[in-house]
Design a protein. Structure first.
Lengths: 221, 241
């Protein structure tokens, strides 16, 4: 069973890399680039809002490629095969989330330190942004997968997934930025929000497994 | 006759008609009494003056914005477990009404906030979580509108509503945390003056009356939705014939 799941995750990662998963990374770069045009090239200000901007950029970039997560599988029939296999659909959803995160989330984590340098974020803050992105972006992908599964049931994609998913990502954003704020502006402790962020990622994975599978079952009726 | 028989759509249409009349009478009488008490019986606040009277409509709206989501979550769970179409009809009918009540809670709150806090909007924890709740309502409405087939829309919306009911407390908790982080910027004080009986009674009457009004609106919406689905299936049969 674990072999099947690894195969599903690997295939999802390969297919989304081939299907333009790196667009998300380019979007992230573009998004960070336009911020100084909006708020001015003041490095002090940029360093202060930098971690938050990196997180919002990563959040929006994660939402970009989500609508295709299950749509392609439904169109070419592999969704039916996955449902017929002996592997529970809940675990299939988690494998798809893992594969999608490897292709779209991990590049954002790797790219964030470089973009953070552009915004003049302090090294300690930068390390915390990267760490929180590493822990928090899987939660974003998992929450997004719920929206993607529901939209697959509707037979359409597009911007609706972002509207549905965004409110549910607010807790992840809050605790990630709280963790980094301890290092960048010296506000509050950093360990409690970080632990809550870890908890949110784990809860999101559980909720996404069940809600995503329920959505996919509705899609196949 | 088991209680579940009452949930048959045709029976529902029959017994909800007299129920609706009763609900409207109680709602109108309750609102009349509650508004009279709020405006003429209740004294002005020693700090806020006449502004306090906004509270008598604001608190019921805020209560119903959350109660409606709870109602929708129960209806969605009922639909997913028993597949009963009436549960989905109830959830669907309640969604726009809940969104409207949430919107009115936000509007009355900001009208009260302008003279009291000096701004129409502050990023206070409670306000922000109600705003997020409003966005979730709008997402649910958008989801319902995106689909033609009611059966499919029902399952998808029910799943999202249940995900929402798990997430809304988490969002509330996170926003509370976030606001304590920014405490220096907030001008909202949680510990307001304790409420006196002369204000408590009008408020309780208003909350009860507004809840009955909500129930009446939901029952009306459910009846409309049942008729709408019948018209739809008749049209499809006519098109097929």
């Amino acid at each position: 069973m674990s072999r099947t799941l690894a195969a599903i995750a690997g295939q999802t990662a390969r297919l989304s890399l081939r299907g333009g998963a790196l667009t998300g990374l380019v979007f992230f770069l573009a998004m960070v680039t336009i911020i100084p045009f909006g708020v001015g090239p003041d490095l002090k200000l940029l360093a202060r809002i930098g971690p938050a901007m990196l997180w919002i950029g990563a959040l929006l970039a994660t939402l970009l490629g989500l609508d295709r997560l299950f749509n392609d599988d439904r169109d070419d029939g592999s969704l039916d095969l996955m449902a017929l296999s002996s592997v529970p659909l809940e675990l299939v959803v988690l494998a798809k989330v893992a594969g999608h995160w490897l292709a779209t989330g991990l590049p954002l984590v790797v790219g964030a330190p470089v973009l953070g340098l552009l915004l003049g974020v302090e090294p300690a803050g930068l390390a915390m942004v990267t760490l929180t992105l590493l822990v928090g972006t899987p939660a974003l992908t998992a929450i997004g997968a719920i929206g993607a599964a529901l939209l697959t049931a509707l037979g359409r994609g597009g911007p609706l997934v972002a509207v549905l998913v965004l409110p549910f990502t607010i807790p992840v954003l809050i605790f990630a930025v709280s963790t980094t704020a301890a290092y960048t502006v010296g506000a509050g402790p950093s360990l409690p929000p970080f632990l809550i962020l870890v908890a949110l990622t784990l809860i999101s994975a559980v909720v996404a497994a069940f809600a995503g599978a329920a959505g996919l079952r509705a899609a196949m009726e | 006759m088991p209680v579940s028989d009452l949930a048959n759509p045709t029976r529902f249409l029959a017994w909800s008609r007299p129920l609706l009349a009763v609900l409207w009478v109680v709602a109108v009488a309750g609102l009349a009494a509650g508004l009279y008490m709020s405006f003429f019986v209740s004294p002005p606040d020693y700090q806020q003056g006449e502004m306090i009277r906004i509270m008598f409509i604001h608190v019921p709206f805020a209560w119903l914005s959350m109660a409606c989501f709870g109602f929708m979550a129960v209806a969605s769970l009922g639909f997913l477990v028993w597949r009963h179409p009436l549960a989905d009809v109830a959830a669907k009918a309640a969604t726009p009404i809940g969104a409207a009540f949430t919107f009115l809670a936000l509007v009355t709150g900001s009208l009260w906030g302008k003279p009291t806090w000096g701004a129409y909007w502050v990023w206070d924890a409670r306000l922000t979580s109600v705003l997020v709740l409003f966005i979730i309502y709008l997402g649910l409405i958008a989801l319902r509108q995106a689909i033609e087939d009611p059966g499919r829309a029902a399952r998808v919306a029910a799943i999202l509503t249940l995900v929402g009911s798990v997430n809304v407390p988490i969002i509330k908790f996170s926003v509370d945390w976030w606001n304590t982080l920014h405490q220096g910027e907030s001008i909202f004080r949680a510990g307001g003056p304790t409420i006196y009986a002369t204000m408590l009674w009008p408020l309780l009457v208003m909350i009860a009356a507004m809840t009955v009004l909500f129930a009446a609106l939901v029952v009306m919406g459910m009846r409309n939705e049942i008729y709408r689905r019948r018209v739809r299936s008749l049209e499809m049969m006519a098109a097929g014939a």
